[in-house]
Design a protein around this ligand. Sequence first.
Ligand code: NAI
Length: 480
Amino acid sequence: MTKICCIGAGYVGGPTMAVIAHKCPSIEVAVVDISVARITAWNSDQLPIYEPGLDEVVKQCRGKNLFFSTDVEKHVSEADIIFVSVNTPTKTRGLGAGKAADLTYWESAARMIADVSKSDKIVVEKSTVPVKTAEAIERILTHNSKGINYQILSNPEFLAEGTAIQDLFRPDRVLIGGRETTEGQKAIQALKAVYAHWVPEERIICTNLWSAELSKLAANAFLAQRISSVNAMSALCEATGADVSQVSHAVGKDTRIGPKFLNASVGFGGSCFQKDILNLVYICECNGLTEVANYWKQVIKVNDYQKNRFVNRVVSSMFNTVSGKKVAILGFAFKKDTGDTRETPAIDVCNGLLGDKACLSIYDPQVTEDQIQRDLSMKKFDWDHPVHLQPMSPTSVKQVTVVWDAYEAAKDAHGLCILTEWDEFKTLDYQRIFDNMQKPAFVFDGRNVVNVEKLREIGFIVYSIGKPLDPWLKDMPAMA
Ligand code: NAI
């Protein structure tokens, strides 16, 4: 029986391995992690991450051919194929700080593999890593090899949180990069055979190592760029009276452009886009490609601009101050159908409002109070470390309360900000919300989920990203 081990039981390691186990009953899959809490949760009824469809897949295979364990060394030494899906945070100190990837966790995983291995291994990069990481890993492994043969493959993951299981069941493509040697090609075929259990052959793309590594960074940069492009347009729409949804629809009808990923919003978030672009920028700079680096940097700048712009709209609309005012925040996760808050725009928006001394009442159907407090008191980039190693601020943010109901959040509030596009926010009883808010009552829709006309009829003053402005807002500057 082929044995697979995955180091890192996170958003990528957990779902990808669960799906491999589900689709390949003849393969034994072990997912290991240094975080005891994570592994305990994977073995419980309350999985550590929320993802539609994940529970069913895990429950079907767990204990049969899918195992979650903290016995990292045992499972690594027994495996034929080892996936590495550990954190790759942005460096906060030293060379490349604020841009380059910190490969501490990757290197420690590679050294551990070298220490405990007694047979030949295929080591698969699942984490998103800078181009040429495979070469570094290969060096660590071969210089400590004790005669064991290692083949390194790059197999970046393209799943999107919120639709991870669907994406893994029917991926647009699976990308496998390897060495162009006979052994390298053999390793590629071995991994291809795993995916071939359910992925059509024409969707499995094989390339050299560097193309695979770079393709992942490029794909995320292109996706983020689309969001920044439409968000840049949203600012222009507000200034001119155009409607960004109509512009997106018209633009997306061009088959060369396509309709997906063209929704204007308060900004992109998630653990990958910013980190991967910073990484790309750093690689460009290291290669002397200043113009290329600056081009991609702008995607992040526009994203920051969009979040600032939103905060400024809120504050300037509410008589230029939110000091001491209750503001309801609906949605904290970076997108709907996930509880993930890494780099969510809600963090910057909430911190911006707190900077103006607002009192926030936050509701998200999937995010806990503890998580929100951690996010609002953590320094930039500190989130991307294993949970038990995250530097923590000892104090919680006092002007923040977290509630389990949208109506409770909005009660007596002066304004309401929608920061995640959860479906339930479309069907709330906005009349009831209006009746219980201070007047004038403001809605700031950062995801274009509400029916603006209906809310205006109720009596709200409504701001919706990229939509024609409420007369109330017309003469107020969006940027200070
Ligand atoms: P995560 O933080 O959810 O999971 C990483 C796990 O690795 C943690 O549970 C941590 O405790 C564990 N870990 C770290 N060092 C370890 C070691 N030496 N031994 C054993 N376990 C160790 O991160 P996530 O989201 O799963 O991301 C992992 C990688 O995949 C990152 O490089 C990310 O950029 C990439 N990625 C993430 C996607 C996403 O949607 N979250 C999509 C595609 C790629």
